[in-house]
Structure formats: C-alpha cells, structure tokens
Design a protein around this ligand. Structure first.
Ligand SMILES: [Zn+2]
Length: 404
C-alpha cells in the first residue's frame, strides 16, 4: 500500500483502519493513508492520527509507517478506525514549493544547454534544484530563470499527473528524470509517474503538486552555487520567506540608490562611474604622494663624505614608497638615507653605482646599533623596527664610514 498523497494531494482528512501497531517505536500502519512519505527530496507530511501528532512518515516500498509523537493508546489496536489529518499549511507549502521546482526546471529548458536534473530538496525555508548544464548560470541567466518561472506562475498553467509505462517514459526525450532520486522508485516498476505542467515541463516525479501554477504565488530566487560533480545549485523560496526577502532586497536597492543620489534603474551605471572616479582619484593621490616624497627628499640636508649623502626624516611615509622614491632620486655618485618618523622608525638607503657605498652594509650597521631587522645589497637596503629616535639614527648615519 503506497501513500495516496501524490494522486490526491488535496485530501487533508481521511479515515482508515489500523493494520499494525508497533508500540516500541511508536509506528502505525493503516489500510490507506494520505500522508506523504519522505521521498525524492520532499519531506514527510506532518499532522495527526486520532489527535496524536505524526512526526515522521516513511515508505519502505511495501508499507507506509507513521511515527507518532507519543505511544499509541488503546484506540490504535489493529482493526480500529482512526482519523488522519494532514497538516494543511505544511502540505500546501510543499505542493507549491515542489511545483515551483518543475517551473524552474522548465525555465532551465529554455535557457540552459545540455540540461539534466541533478537533485532536489525542500526545506521549510527554501527549495534547491541542482542542474547539470554546460551553460554558465551567470547573474543575468539567474535573473532570467526567476523571471520565466514567475511568468509561468502567472500564465496559470494546468498541472496534471498520470502513469506511463516505464519503457515509454524513458524513450520520451521531453521527460526529465531525476536520476538520483527516481532510480529507486523506478527500479522494477512497470510504470512511472509523470507530472506535466501544460506546455512548460514534463518530469518523472512522485511528489505532491498543485493543479494550477497560479497556486504557487511568487517565486524568489535566493542563491546560486556549485556543489561539485558538475552541478549548479539554484535555491529559491516560495511563500512569506520569499516575499519578505524580496521586500528586503527592494528596500536595500532603494536605500542604496538614495545614498548614491540616483534611481534604482541607474544604480549599476552610477556604481560603475563612481568606481572609475575612485580609481582616478586613487591614481592622482598616489602621484601626489610620490611627488611629495621626492620633494621631501630634495629638501634633505647634504653631508659630504667620500660621496655626497642626503639625509632626512620623512613624515607619515610608507617604507616601500620611501624606498621607491629614494631609488628614483639617488644620483650615480650619491647616497640617500631616509628615516621614518614612527615610534619604531624605518630606514631606507639608496646608493648610486659610483658612490663606493654598499647600502646593505649601512642598514646592517644601523640595525646592529639600534635593533630591528632588515638588509639589502649594494644599491638598496631597508630596515625597520629601530629602537631609537629618527634623529639618533640620522646622527649615526652622519658619522658612518665604511668599515674597511
Ligand atoms: Zn514533482
């Protein structure tokens, strides 16, 4: 005995005779049931049998077992008549959500290449459909999938279900099979159940569906991801969650547009032009920073040793920028030493090829004297974390001579 839910999804209340009771695991089997047993990504129905809550429904292929929240009492002996009530809210939600997944797949038929069905799952918050497709479901395609799905809802298409001989169904190219979940159901079966959304989609499916697409209401696509195995997952919501999500997005869009002093239709253009403006400004600021640095370097004091040295303190400079500026500014026969003004100053040394000075040696001696770390080679050296004031470092460099 299978559940009658897929064939008669509108039934919410029924009477049935108890066939078997297992008090230990609180399960009841009936001579007929309209409770949907968990299958193919659709969760089990909830509800009550003779007032006791049903917490799970499973079909092992032979019988449907209803698991009750409490131990079944005396009214549940075999042969007794009981009343089953299927929770209307949850079942209706599942019917709408499940049928919406067929509409989404139908939309995929119109947009995606080499389309296949990779899986499906309904939870209380959202529905996921896994596609196999060679098409990249980019933002534009995702939005188009949502738009076509909602159009199909609005078009009020009839939904019907019927049995087909398995051979005939598998031979038909227009029937979508969920290979993962339908395999078990179809194994050894002479017929397969077909769910058809008029003019939109045909699929092998054992779930519960609404009889017209307009019953689904608005469908809100939530997200897209790649769960692996070549699948693209699209998640959506129907009902209040989807509606609330859409309202939030609408509010965010308007808030952003107001913040950018534009309208929602112009948001992307405005954002793009702001970004390019920002990039230009960043480049300009960078240029100004660099020219400020080279100005600062040209104001450094000059100390004549074997070569001409220029020394000074840089205020608020980044060590790498300072290094670059020093390398640019140094003469072939000169040396530049710049010290940062921080609490643990840095030092950069650039030495021209004809200066006779090894910049790395200067940095080594400075870090030997004041701690910190760093190093370098003949043309350039850099150290940081010095435990001294910038002036002390400069005094030291002023007196510095090569050791040999
Ligand atoms: Zn279905």
């Amino acid at each position: 005995m299978n559940t009658r839910a897929p064939a008669e999804p509108e039934v919410r209340e029924f009477t049935a005779e108890v066939v078997d009771v297992d008090a230990d695991d609180r399960t009841v089997t009936l001579d007929q049931t309209y409770f949907y047993a968990e299958s193919g990504g659709q969760p089990a129905d909830t509800g009550t049998i003779d007032g006791i809550r049903v917490v799970d429904v499973q079909d092992d292929g032979e019988v449907v077992r209803h698991t009750l929240a409490e131990e079944p009492g005396p009214g549940f002996e075999a042969g007794e008549t009981v009343t089953g009530v299927v929770d209307d809210d949850f079942r209706t939600y599942c019917m709408r959500a499940h049928t919406a997944s067929h509409l989404l797949y139908g939309a995929g038929r119109r947009l995606l290449e080499d389309l296949g069905y990779g899986g499906f799952d309904i939870s209380e918050e959202k529905v996921r459909v896994d596609f196999t497709t060679t098409t990249d479901i980019d933002d534009e395609t995702l939005v188009e999938l949502e738009r076509l799905t909602n159009r199909a809802v609005w078009e009020s298409r009839d939904v019907s279900w019927y049995e087909l001989p398995t051979e005939e169904a598998t031979a038909r190219e227009d029937v979508a099979f969920n290979t993962k979940t339908e395999e078990g159901v179809m194994a050894g079966a002479d017929t397969v159940r077909i769910v058809e959304v008029d003019g939109w989609d045909v699929a092998a499916c054992g779930g519960t569906h609404v009889s017209n697409t307009r019953e689904i209401g608005p469908v809100t696509v939530l997200d897209r991801s790649n769960p692996g195995e070549g699948l693209t997952r699209v998640e959506f919501a129907v009902g209040p969650d989807g509606i609330d999500r859409r309202a939030k997005q609408h509010a965010a869009l308007r808030e952003t547009a107001a913040e950018l002093e534009t309208n929602t239709g112009e948001l992307a253009t405005t954002a793009a032009s702001l970004r390019s403006e920002r990039d230009d400004l960043e480049a300009r600021v960078r240029e100004l920073e660099q020219s400020a640095l080279s100005n600062a370097l040209s104001d450094f004091e000059t100390v004549d040793k074997a070569a001409t040295w220029r020394l000074g303190v840089l205020v608020d400079a980044d060590p790498n920028d300072a290094g670059d500026a020093a390398k640019d500014a140094v003469d072939d026969d000169g040396v530049i030493v710049a010290v940062g003004d921080g609490e643990r100053p840095f030092v950069v040394v650039a030495a021209g090829p004809d200066s006779g000075v090894n910049a790395g040696d200067v940095v080594d001696d400075v870090t030997d004297a004041f701690g910190g770390g760093g190093g370098g080679g003949p043309p350039f050296g850099q150290g940081g974390g010095l435990d001294a004031s910038p002036e002390d470092v400069l005094d030291y460099v002023r007196e510095w001579e090569p050791s040999d």
